[in-house]
Design a protein around this ligand. Structure first.
Ligand code: 5GP
Ligand code: MN
Length: 339
């Protein structure tokens, strides 16, 4: 966002407005953290702010301050439609194409509210009046920190806002270890701790609340893990039957794909998760180095994301989807072996 746009946004926010903040389907830590951080910030200026997410989110995020106020479009459709229709301003966070907002897409595209995008994914669509889009940012939460800074308001970040921001930066950087983690990320994290984010407690709340069944499901995914050394690739699957057997709950498969990537020499990892209710296979892809899973996902699996972390979907069976994946690997053999 250039200086002029920053000034215009500042002006827009100088008087109370009806504001809606939305994020992508299957919200993760960065989606929930960034929307709620912005929500708490806007409340300080007496705006009427509503956070709306397309569908439910994992239990390990439900302690974040403000989650009880979040409208879930799937369950609260009518009131959400009213709030979207009444909005003067809509912030779209952690996604950059309206179809990623699931069933909210129609309401959002029909709304005449001025839209502001804050996001770190590749190839943004052109629906927003103001765009703060930067693929080099670790997370949307890091961008919200910068956004608040651009509004000259760093000093009003309190423990609540700091906690929300900490969650998203922590989850999107894999606890500060992915390539996207920069010294600026660490500087921001230091500020957030100074402002009251309890780093150790946040880690515990997000990562150390496993159920026994979730660990058994992880065991099942690890048992299903296949290694294709000539393509430096590891992939695994979870069928609907396996998910049912271990009483799958939203968020239970978060991070499972990373185990494949932790194998020595592996630079591409995938997980294929069957969802019979939605009639699709959800695919998560992770890579190391320059190999772009964003491109692979866009080209073959109706998806997208970042260079090293992307997702997509397939409407074929689990077996056919895996076969398709294996069949495209030879065309990437050189790229995978050059990493
Ligand atoms: P995950 O594998 O954790 O679901 O997603 C990894 C990254 O890819 C996230 O940044 C997420 O926003 C993006 N992503 C996941 N699924 C999709 C999808 O279906 N379409 C697009 N465009 N991006 C996705
Ligand atoms: Mn993100």
């Amino acid at each position: 966002m250039n200086k002029e746009d920053t000034e215009r946004v500042k002006e827009l926010l100088s008087a109370p407005k009806n504001i809606v903040i939305v994020t992508h389907k299957n919200p993760d830590g960065d989606a929930i953290g960034s929307t709620l951080a912005l929500h708490h910030y806007l409340l300080k200026y007496k705006h009427r702010s509503t956070v709306i997410v397309p569908n439910n989110f994992p239990g390990f995020l439900k302690w974040i301050p403000g989650t009880e106020e979040v409208l879930i479009y799937d369950y609260h459709t009518e009131i959400s439609d009213v709030r979207i229709a009444e909005a003067d301003l809509i912030f779209t966070l952690d996604f950059n194409a309206l179809h990623r907002s699931g069933d909210m897409e129609t309401a959002l595209s029909e709304s005449s509210a001025l839209k502001i995008m804050i996001d770190h994914h590749q190839a943004p669509d052109n629906y927003a009046k103001y765009m703060f889009s930067d693929i080099h940012m670790s997370s949307t939460c890091e961008m919200i920190y910068h956004f608040i800074d651009m509004m000259n308001d760093i000093e009003i970040i309190d423990a609540t806002i700091a906690t929300c921001l900490y969650v998203g930066i922590m989850t999107d950087t894999g606890s500060f270890k992915f390539d996207c983690t920069t010294s600026t990320t660490h500087h921001i994290i230091a500020q957030l701790i100074d402002k009251g984010a309890d780093n150790s407690e946040i880690h515990n709340k997000v990562y150390d609340t496993n159920s026994y069944e979730r660990l058994q499901l992880l065991g099942c995914a690890l048992k299903n893990l296949k290694l294709l050394p000539e393509f430096r690739t590891a992939y695994t699957t979870l069928s609907q039957d396996e998910l049912n057997k271990y009483n799958f709950k939203k968020g239970d498969t978060e991070g499972v794909v990373n185990y494949g990537l932790s194998i020595e020499n592996v630079v591409l990892a995938a997980i294929f998760i069957e969802d019979k209710q939605e009639g699709l296979i959800k695919i998560s892809l992770r890579s190391k180095g320059h190999f772009s899973v964003n491109t692979l996902s866009r080209d073959y699996f109706n998806g997208g994301g970042h260079t090293n972390a992307a997702g997509g979907k397939s409407y074929s069976s689990l077996n056919d989807t895996v076969e398709k994946f294996i069949s495209i690997l030879p065309s990437y053999k050189t790229a995978l072996n050059n990493e």
